[in-house]
Unconditional design. Structure first.
Length: 287
């Protein structure tokens, strides 16, 4: 591994027309125009992930805890929103616009929860540029929801020194070529990045499952921590982590799944893998 640990220069520029980072008025009457999409190509171009063929499958799973609307008599209803945005969509959904959009349901009358679900699915699909799956979890179903933490070897107790807080792939290394291949599941709760526009902190737990030459644990933990001052959206960070591990460690199979803590009543949980299906959406303690 190279002894030059200088951070890599990664510059991602967000569109100027996003509401994120700007003062806006909250609207309480249904307004689908509040939703804003961000082209996935902004980050994928820097990773040389161009065209329709991606090196991974996956999904972006959102959980919304602050969804409410009025029934025809004016009585409020509440639900938890779960939606799955396909990673092949042209756009990811910008989180502040999503929150503003959900707020616009607060004083709007709908005939039923089914109508709310259909409206959400149509609007979110239009924003993403591809069909989005939407599910409403109603109060009578709340008791069935479960907490579940990532399983695997916890990296966070490793005693490391680190001074680089911009993504540094030079921390990544594997065992010698003649070493046996391993199957491992590794977990860290120390992933932190910053919002691309506002620089507000984004906190996450991350699980990495792979088969291949053993990835050096201390180096992987340093690499994950090196995102600490990096500005990029959640989905973009997870794709960058997947791409960097695949490029520098070359596992045969790889899954990267991150569960971010909520902001504004929304959490985002990107999943990327070349060998397994997305996991169930189980909330973690920090969410």
């Amino acid at each position: 591994m190279s002894t030059d640990n200088s951070p890599e220069k990664i510059i991602i520029t967000a569109p100027d027309d996003l509401s994120l980072g700007k003062q806006v008025d909250y609207e309480f009457e249904y307004n689908p125009s509040l939703l804003q999409g961000v082209p996935r190509s902004l980050s994928r171009d820097t990773l040389q992930l161009t065209g329709s063929a991606l090196p991974f499958d996956g999904i972006d799973t959102w959980t919304g805890y602050e969804l409410s609307w009025l029934n025809p008599k004016g009585k409020p209803n509440v639900a938890i929103l779960e939606c799955h945005v396909p990673i092949t969509s042209e756009n990811l959904i910008e989180s502040k616009s999503f929150k503003l959009y959900l707020n616009s349901f607060n004083q709007t009358k709908f005939s039923s929860a089914d109508e709310v679900q259909k409206v959400l699915q149509a609007d979110l699909s239009a924003c993403a540029g591809e069909p989005v799956e939407v599910k409403l979890i109603l109060p009578q179903q709340f008791s069935s929801l479960q907490f579940k933490e990532f399983e695997g070897t916890l990296l966070d107790n490793l005693d490391i020194d680190i001074e680089q807080y911009s993504p540094n792939t030079q921390y990544l290394s594997v065992a010698p070529k003649d070493s046996k291949e391993v199957t491992e599941t590794l977990v860290s709760h120390l992933l932190k990045s910053n919002c691309l526009i506002t620089s507000q902190p984004d906190w996450a737990s991350i699980q990495i499952r792979y088969e291949g030459k053993a990835i050096e644990h201390e180096g992987l933990l340093k690499y994950l921590i090196s995102f600490r001052q990096h500005n990029e959206f959640h989905e973009q960070c997870v794709e960058r982590i997947y791409n960097d591990i695949m490029h520098h460690c070359q596992p045969k199979n790889l899954t990267v799944c991150a569960r971010y803590t909520r902001r504004g009543g929304l959490d985002i949980n990107p999943f990327r893998s070349n060998f397994e299906a997305p996991y169930a959406n189980h909330r973690q303690a920090r969410q």
